[in-house]
Design a binder for this molecule. Sequence first.
Ligand code: CIR
Length: 256
Amino acid sequence: MFKNVIVKRPCRAMVEGITSAPELGKPDYDLALRQHDAYIEALKACGVAVTVLPEDEAFPDSCFVEDTAVLTRKCAIITNPGAASRNGEVEAMIPVIKEFYTEDQIEYIKAPGTLEGGDVMMVGDHFYVGRSARTNEEGIRQFIEILNRYGLTGSEVPLAEVLHLKTGVNYIENDNMLVSGEFIHKLDFEKFNKIIVPEEESYGANCIWVNGTVIVPEGYPTVLDSVKKAGYQTITTDTSEYRKLDGGLSCLSLRF
Ligand code: CIR
């Protein structure tokens, strides 16, 4: 169960955020704010306390707080984002995380290691880590070494097609995993009950489980139907403006 969630308001500069899909156009800032409001309401409906951080115009992508830390039940790991324009985002997160974890529970990924939280998928006490353009071998080595010190485990999952691991695969508890594209046949996930996301709805693979409810992005009917059939309560919320920046539901919060 999650008790807490941290989110950060999108800043006006978000329209200049990193994107691999400029053809989708720039985000509409006012709509993005309304979608963020609805996202916060959806989380609250799942019974978590939501800490809402103010926007920071210095970092266009800073609403995607998931990438700055990995918060586990035993320790908090502050990341070292591989995207240069995002690396400084961690500074503002450290004091916030100190409100929830004691000093001796806070660990850091250090250069030359890089790691972004979007590449980390928690399955109980095991953490799958995507080796991506943002998360490197040394970052993964440090991350697994930290996990092991706390009695947790981790393993590397190479990825080729998507930005972050959770862009394409998400664990929704009870052995159920939403898988799309390159993750459908990965041996790492063989033992799970795989819910296959069709190619045309691949963005919909990025759902989040919050205390028994699965939040699903609006506009992905096959995904929604499959999640409902798997027995979950669902809430849908629109993230169209964040999709334009390769971001989705998981990227917008830290859940712990
Ligand atoms: C970026 O490229 O870093 C942002 N535009 C999107 C980050 C998405 N975060 C995530 O998947 N965890």
